[in-house]
Design a protein around this ligand. Structure first.
Ligand code: IMP
Ligand code: MG
Length: 172
């Protein structure tokens, strides 16, 4: 496997993002982070550890039908949030934005719950694969069109534990 982003590079960028997010919200107001399982778990853990603001956390899980050719309705809710979002500052935390379909769906359903603000943080973005124009306020790294694993991202549920991001074998 080829390492694309090593652990220190990821950690440095996450500290910058954490600072950026904290500066964007008024002092003393709680930020509620919604982690998209499973891929977002490691990014979320490091991101919130780098912050000193008032923070609360929740988790959501969705499945995407990767092989579907339809441009809508490919995403299904597997685990919903434990608490409501009304009047709160929400930041969705996701591993990667690829086609953008998953995040578009998530933003729509969470926006319908009337948060005070709704923003999105993604560790990685593959803009060359985008099918829908989705807004992501905080992006860690923009990468080329490789299938990557590690730091939460999997191939067949493997490699999520790697502390770095690598391009899977068989790709250049
Ligand atoms: P989207 O709906 O196409 O943006 O899909 C995003 C989801 O696809 C992510 O949450 C990942 O679970 C998965 N995904 C996309 N690209 C990769 C990759 O390179 N490695 C691992 N998972 C990926
Ligand atoms: Mg995912």
């Amino acid at each position: 496997m080829n390492v694309l982003l090593d652990a220190p590079t990821i950690q440095t960028r996450i500290r910058q993002l954490a600072g950026e997010i904290e500066r964007d919200y008024p002092d003393g107001e709680e930020i509620h982070f919604v982690c998209v399982l499973k891929g977002g778990f490691m990014f979320m853990a490091d991101l919130v550890r780098a912050m000193s603001s008032r923070v609360s956390l929740d988790f959501i899980a969705v499945s995407s039908y990767a092989k579907s050719t339809k441009s809508s309705g490919e995403v299904r809710m597997l685990k919903d949030l434990d608490s409501g979002l009304q009047g709160r500052h929400i930041v969705i935390v996701e591993d990667i934005v690829d086609t953008g379909l998953t995040l578009t769906y998530l933003q729509e359903i969470l926006r319908a719950r009337a948060p005070k603000t709704l923003r999105t943080a993604c560790l990685l973005s593959k803009p060359s694969r985008r099918q829908v124009d989705v807004t992501v306020e905080y992006i860690g790294f923009t990468i080329d069109d490789h299938f990557v694993v590690g730091y939460g991202l999997d191939f067949a549920e493997q490699y999520r534990n790697l502390p770095y991001i690598a391009v899977l074998d068989g790709e250049s």
